[in-house]
Every structure is written in structure tokens, then in C-alpha cells.
Write a protein that binds this ligand. Structure first.
Ligand code: 5AD
Ligand code: SF4
Length: 426
């Protein structure tokens, strides 16, 4: 979400005549976009800002500002930590940056929430040669999971008008983008008039030259059969790859988290997915150490993870967020226990990811060829429909689409041999 917002801000500023530089010393203006979802992310952002404002000692004209969720959360308070910061602009007031740069702004802090704000009108910046792009389809969140700060810092859920989304994707396609990832805190609750998420997905699948469509994040309480119907109808464009955050395998903890589903409801969605798409990949998010999580709750999570056989798990240690409902609960799982549980889930996640990857050996998958791998320059990086990275020897690279036979697998990466090249999107 932040990468998308930053790409839009870049276009917005370029339209106003500003130029991008990769060099922080050279820059007249440095804007740090921030995430407040866990304390760790927040600390890193503050640390980075402290480093950047220190450049102002030698370059007093340089402006350094903060945007995003930490800006929204802390507002004025950030000046206590970083007094020489030039501006603080929250999630809905991003256009204020134009006035701040021009020197016509009346304030240094802009954090009012604007429920009608769908994002800046500028299309996101797309780098030459990019084959993949994000498109935000909604802002904010109404779910109020008890641990989560997002509804407070990003405001109420609003769905972006479908025409805006389609125009943006068409523009990206003209720039050579062939893969689109639709973004929202809960894409399954997208609704604009009578257009719901499944309808929107279908509209996107019909756009010429878009060869692959992904979407994140799903919410089990809103995930519908209608979405699976669209995935099935456009199988060659929409991979059966679902990120479906479970958070916990214990009904007691799920209720305390205000997730609004039970483990058995979650399992029935998973069953549905695997029944319709036996080769589907399902990935998930897990929080360990939520207040009240005892050994038994944790074991239920482990059982659920093994049973479902996820292709990837993103595991997090519970982090208290001020202002949330859970912040009022006693954070009663000892830190050492949280770390032990986190490590166990991470290890299990690696085992499950390896199992999924190994299963792909011998299969033939259609992949989109990307750029030369930074880590392995003799390979081209690409992505399989599941989202796994596939490395292909560089000397074989001459077309954009290719059927690849998977020959080797590590946890997150598959190695492939090209079989058939396609000139046109599949
Ligand atoms: N502590 C730990 N993890 C969190 N997440 C959201 N809020 C918190 C929190 N307070 C995790 C959830 C979510 C992912 C994006 O971040 O698992 O799905
Ligand atoms: Fe946070 Fe829950 Fe909304 Fe996701 S759905 S952004 S976890 S409140």
C-alpha cells in the first residue's frame, strides 16, 4: 500500500516540476513514508528520520518530512522526538505537500481525516521496463480487528470508483505492464454502487494486454464463492493464489481479536478453494502472543497450520498499538514466550513453504519474465502463477512469456528450464 502511495506521490510531484533523485545528499526534499502496523516498523521509520534530519546540519535548506500512518498516528508529537523535522502529513492530506514545498502552507502538520479522499488523481510512477504494478482499489478499513491500528490511521473504508481503477490499469498496460496486483485492506468488501469485488475482478480481467491479476488482502469473513467463480472463469489470467490471513487457530483468540469467523468457517473456505483448484496456493498471516493466548491456543494454531498446508506464512509477534481495543487488555504473554512461539511458527512456515515448492518440481508453469536477478545476474527473475520466484538462465531470455519446467526448488525459489516461448500474453 505504501509503495503504491509513494509511486503516486512521485508522479504528483513530477507533474509539479520536481525531479526524482536516488541520492539523499543531493535531494532538496526527503519524504519518508511510514507504516504503523507494529511498533518495530514505527521505530525503524523514526530512526531513519533521525538520520536524515542530521543532514540538515550541513544543508539547512534541505526539507525532511514524514507521511503515512506514523505521521497520522503521532501528528504533532513527532516534533518531541525530532524537533528539526519540517512537516508531518497524514494519510488523507497528502496533497498538502505541494503547498509545503512551495512555502505557501499555513501549517507544518496536516492530519485531518477526509472520508471522501480516494487518493491523489496522479497515476503511480512506473519505471521503464516494469512488468508488474500495484493498483489500490480502496482506502481505509472498517473491520476494527482489536489489535489493529489501521482503521484509526487510515480512516473509514471507501472504494475507489471502478472507472478510475480501469483507467489506471489501461494506462499501466500502455506502459508495458502485464501484471496487476489489486490492493486493499480487505478487497473482498469492495463495493461501489452495484459493483462488488467479484464484478470488479471480472472487469479487470477483460482489459486487453493484462495477462495476470493478483489481489491482496482477503478477509475470511467476506471471502465469497462469487470470487472463486471469477477466478475459475479467468483461470489463465487470475492464478488460484490466495492470501487469506488466519491470525490464530483458536476460536477464543479469534473472538478476542474481533475477526468475526471461527476456525471451522475458515477451514470450509480452504476446502472449497482446494476442491475447485487442487493446485491452489494459500498463504496467511499469524499473530503470536495476543493477550490471553495460552499454550493450548497456540497448539491449536500449530494444528491448523499443519492441517491447511499453507504455501507461505507471515508470522508476527503481537505488538500493542495505542488506541486499539486490545491495548486495554493485559499484554500477558511473556516476551520470551512470544519469541519462542514466533520462532516455532517461522520454522513451521519454512517447512510448509519447502513442501509446497518441492511439489512443483516436474510441473510446467507459465511464467512472466522479469528483469535480470540482482542476486544471481546469470538468471532472469520471473514469477510463477503461485507468486513463487522462478529463476531462468539468462541466455534463454528473449521473449516475455514462457512455459517453464520446474527442475529444482528451495524454500521460496524455483529453478526452471524454458520449454515453449509465447509472443503474446497467454
Ligand atoms: N501486532 C502484530 N501484528 C499485527 N498485524 C496487524 N496489527 C498487528 C499488531 N498490532 C499483522 C496482522 C496483519 C498483518 C498485515 O500485520 O497479521 O494481517
Ligand atoms: Fe487491520 Fe483487521 Fe482492517 Fe486488516 S481487516 S487492516 S487486520 S482492522
Amino acid at each position: 500500500m505504501n509503495r503504491y502511495d509513494s509511486a503516486v506521490l512521485r508522479s504528483f510531484l513530477e507533474e509539479k516540476g520536481h525531479r526524482w533523485t536516488d541520492d539523499v545528499v543531493d535531494a532538496d526534499l526527503i519524504i519518508v513514508n511510514t507504516c504503523a502496523v507494529r511498533q518495530h516498523a514505527e521505530n525503524r521509520a523514526i530512526g531513519r528520520l533521525e538520520e536524515l534530519v542530521s543532514l540538515k546540519r550541513k544543508q539547512p535548506d534541505k526539507k525532511v518530512g514524514i507521511i503515512g500512518c506514523v505521521a497520522q498516528e503521532l501528528g504533532e508529537k513527532i516534533f518531541k522526538k525530532i524537533p528539526t523535522l519540517d512537516f508531518v502529513v497524514g494519510t488523507d492530506k497528502i496533497s498538502a505537500i505541494a503547498d509545503i514545498i512551495d512555502g505557501t502552507a499555513e501549517r507544518k502538520v496536516y492530519t485531518d481525516i477526509d472520508e471522501k479522499f480516494y487518493g491523489l488523481a496522479s497515476p503511480p510512477h512506473i519505471e521503464d521496463g516494469d512488468f508488474s504494478a500495484f493498483v489500490t482499489i480502496m482506502r481505509g478499513c472498517d473491520n476494527f480487528c482489536s489489535y489493529c491500528i489501521v482503521p484509526y490511521v487510515r480512516g473509514r473504508e471507501r472504494s475507489k470508483p471502478p472507472q478510475k481503477i480501469i483507467d489506471e490499469i489501461k494506462l499501466a498496460a500502455e506502459r508495458g505492464v502485464v501484471e496487476i496486483t489489486l490492493l486493499g485492506q480487505n478487497v473482498n468488501s469492495y463495493r461501489y454502487g452495484d459493483i462488488d469485488f467479484s464484478k470488479l475482478l471480472e472487469m479487470v480481467a477483460q482489459i486487453e494486454n493484462i495477462a495476470r491479476i493478483r489481489f491482496i488482502t482477503n478477509h475470511p469473513k467476506d471471502f465469497s464463492k462469487k470470487i472463486l467463480d471469477v477466478v475459475e472463469k479467468y483461470r489463465d489470467k487470475i492464478p488460484a493464489s490466495f492470501h487469506l490471513p488466519l491470525q490464530s487457530g483458536s476460536d477464543k483468540i479469534l473472538a478476542a481479536m474481533n475477526r468475526k469467523y471461527t476456525i471451522s468457517q475458515y477451514l470450509s473456505i480452504v476446502e472449497d478453494i482446494y476442491r475447485r483448484f487442487p493446485d491452489a496456493i494459500i498463504t496467511t498471516d499469524i499473530i503470536v502472543g495476543f493477550p490471553g493466548e495460552d499454550e493450548n491456543d497456540f497448539l491449536q494454531t500449530i494444528t491448523a497450520l499443519n492441517e491447511i498446508g499453507f504455501g507461505g506464512i507471515f508470522a508476527f509477534r503481537y505488538s500493542v498499538r495505542n488506541g486499539t481495543k486490545a491495548a486495554k487488555l493485559k499484554d500477558n504473554v511473556p516476551e520470551t514466550e512470544k519469541i519462542a512461539r514466533l520462532n516455532e511458527i517461522i520454522k513451521l512456515g519454512i517447512r510448509l513453504a519447502q513442501k509446497y515448492s518441492k511439489k512443483q518440481i516436474g510441473t510446467i508453469q507459465k511464467v512472466l519474465l522479469g528483469n535480470i536477478s540482482k542476486k544471481n545476474p546469470e538468471f532472469i527473475t520471473s514469477t510463477a502463477p503461485s507468486g513463487r520466484v522462478v529463476l531462468i538462465p539468462r541466455r534463454e531470455f528473449f521473449k516475455k512469456f514462457v512455459d517453464v519446467k520446474i527442475e529444482k526448488a528451495s524454500t521460496w525459489v524455483l529453478w526452471g528450464k524454458p520449454i515453449i516461448f509465447h509472443n503474446k500474453p497467454f
